[in-house]
Design a protein around this ligand. Structure first.
Ligand code: PMM
Length: 302
């Protein structure tokens, strides 16, 4: 049996092309979320005003976030799309201001035009929940910019993704479908050394699918790419923590469970976790890194 079973996933190094401040870290990184939307499931409407969004991004960094993910389009189940002009109007001033403050900014978008504009305004990474499927032009933008690129597992837009949550073996199918995306993106000119993969918890997945993926994160390492996991405040945590009446725990009261998932993900060796509150997760990933270092020291000494 492995001596360090609880810490089985040696953390993979991050993608090529990260700012130097993030490339040498030996712990799981913390990606803080700022949704500049009226309708995201947990923070919708809180940061629709650019000044509030900028202040929140800075607060996340003060709390320990290594990078901040800015999104202008809600992807919660059932959400309708916004047009590109509105999405850009929401995110551009926030990206520009935070990048000017020295914050490492990730842009959460499925649109090539929004990615291109915000990369020009200082974003350092593109986080595409569709993994390049929503916009054929995305691969070209990312390849030309040479920035890191998060490719999430996705089966279709939010309006009807629930009907696509059908799997015979969710872990195998997610791995196979992500591999298919990597092949397609590579053929389109994207340097896979710059790619991070994400199982897409909650996207065309029910609670059971999310738990299976979390329990088998180690199997995603077969893709040979750094991993990102986004479980923060998601519905499956609300279901887990439902009261006796069966009513899911509200999103804002899922923070401790989110931190517990950050521990699991860090122990499985993910490169980064995407969270709405940074402080507790930053402490959690520090704990896992210290335990991992002590485990290797102990066995190296034998
Ligand atoms: N989840 C949301 C939005 N963007 N991006 C990645 N890479 N992974 C995720 O799991 C993910 C994401 C869900 O919406 P939220 O911003 O309201 O949490």
């Amino acid at each position: 049996m492995s001596p360090d079973l609880a810490l089985h996933g040696a953390a993979l190094p991050g993608p090529t092309g990260l700012p130097a401040s993030l490339s040498g870290l030996t712990r799981t990184l913390v990606m803080g979320v700022v949704n500049v939307t009226p309708d995201s499931f947990s923070d919708g409407g809180d940061f629709l005003d650019a000044d509030a969004a900028i202040a929140h991004g800075l607060a996340l960094v003060a709390d320990g976030a290594d990078l901040v993910d800015i999104g202008g389009e809600s992807t919660r189940p059932g959400a309708a799309r916004v047009d590109a002009a509105e999405e850009l109007r929401r995110v551009l001033p926030v990206v520009r201001a935070l990048a000017a403050e020295g914050v490492v900014v990730s842009i959460d978008t499925m649109r090539a035009s929004v990615a291109a504009e915000t990369l020009g305004a200082g974003a350092a990474l593109v986080n595409d929940v569709s993994g390049g499927q929503a916009d054929d032009a995305m691969a070209r933008v990312v390849a030309d910019a040479g920035t890191p690129y998060v490719v999430m597992h996705w089966r279709g837009h939010s309006a009807d993704m629930a009907s696509r949550a059908v799997y015979a073996d969710v872990v195998t199918e997610v791995v196979d479908e992500l591999r298919g995306r990597l092949d397609a993106l590579s053929a389109a000119g994207v340097d896979l050394d710059r790619v991070v993969v994400d199982p897409g918890l909650g996207f065309a997945k029910d609670a059971g699918h999310n738990w299976s993926l979390l329990a088998h994160l180690d199997r995603l390492h077969v893709l040979g790419r750094p991993l990102l996991v986004g479980a923060s405040r998601k519905g499956f945590l609300g279901q887990l923590l439902a009261g006796g009446d069966g009513v899911p725990r509200p999103a804002a009261a899922r923070e401790d469970a989110t931190t517990a998932v950050s521990v699991l993900a860090a122990a499985a060796g993910v490169w980064a976790v995407r969270v709405h509150e940074a402080r507790a997760t930053r402490d959690a990933v520090a704990v896992v890194a210290a335990a991992r270092a002590a485990t290797s020291d102990q066995w190296a000494a034998l």
